[in-house]
Design a protein around this ligand. Structure first.
Ligand SMILES: C[S@@+](CC[C@H](N)C(=O)[O-])C[C@H]1O[C@@H](n2cnc3c(N)ncnc32)[C@H](O)[C@@H]1O
Length: 243
């Protein structure tokens, strides 16, 4: 109990310090995550909601080739359960060596999983894949349009692209999408930017424009140690058009 409280305090301290401003994107990720890498998963269970649900919605069939961009410690792979061994290949791509060390400790037991240190905006698999997903990574990738274009380019026509992430709605969102209050639209982007997480009202409309929607869930989730506050997040699952 004391150990867990101590570990939570360490993570909160890192988050209060924020992501360093100097260095390359990779260096800033490493400086931010290295001191919290071992405690990352425990704390994020209470912060990053909807990950299990997104993986459940994906349901890639046996023999699929699956890619997680910005996969961090590989925690999400466990949500596939025993199905993971039925996939032809799973590639976990991330730019932060400290989190990938945790991913390697986790993934050695699956012979079909590769852990790759690379930039999600440029890395490509050897052959087109069936399913690409990002979990709370799109908001941390400065050139998010390049990451999305890259994800779509590596997918087979008809393949699945899924994202779960924090967001805020535009002031006047497209019909059918959730509205967020002006204070929420002001607060959350500023709150998360300190840690290099950039909430963007353009992410969801972009996904809806570039793919055929299969599922969309818009919701609010609690934050650890901040009773009463709830941050908006979405789960989107789309299909790359066949043409
Ligand atoms: C909030 S973490 C989420 C990690 C994991 N997907 C999860 O659900 O726990 C965001 C991840 O995006 C990674 N990331 C940020 N920019 C990246 C980039 N350009 N290429 C690859 N990974 C990136 C970070 O290193 C970090 O692991």
């Amino acid at each position: 109990m004391m150990r867990e409280m101590f570990s939570d305090c360490g993570i909160l301290w890192r988050m209060l310090c924020g992501q360093p401003r100097a260095g390359t994107h990779r260096e800033r990720l490493e400086a931010f995550y290295r001191p919290q890498a071992q405690a990352y998963d425990r704390f994020r269970e209470r912060l990053l909601h909807g990950r299990r649900e997104m993986i459940a919605l994906l349901a890639p069939p046996s023999g699929s080739r699956v890619v997680e961009l910005g996969g961090g410690t590989g925690r999400n792979l466990e949500y596939f359960g025993a199905r993971i061994s039925s996939f032809a290949a799973v590639e976990l791509v991330d730019l932060c060596p400290a989190l990938l060390e945790q991913a390697r400790l986790r993934c050695w037991r699956w012979s079909n999983v590769n852990v790759i240190c690379a930039d999600a905006t440029t890395w490509r698999p050897r052959a087109p894949v069936d399913c690409v997903y990002l979990s709370y990574a799109l908001t941390m990738i400065p050139d998010w349009r390049a990451a999305m274009a890259n994800a779509l380019a590596m997918l087979k026509p008809g393949g699945t692209l899924a994202v779960v992430d924090f967001y805020v709605a535009a002031a006047d969102p497209p019909p059918g999408l959730a509205r967020h209050s002006a204070p929420a639209r002001w607060l959350w982007p500023r709150w998360f930017a300190h840690d290099g997480v950039h909430l963007n009202s353009a992410h969801l409309p972009y996904l809806m424009q570039r793919t055929e929607k299969i599922q969309l869930h818009e919701a609010h989730a609690p934050l650890p140690f901040l009773p009463g506050l709830r941050v908006p997040y979405y789960i989107y699952v789309g299909r790359k058009p066949a043409r």
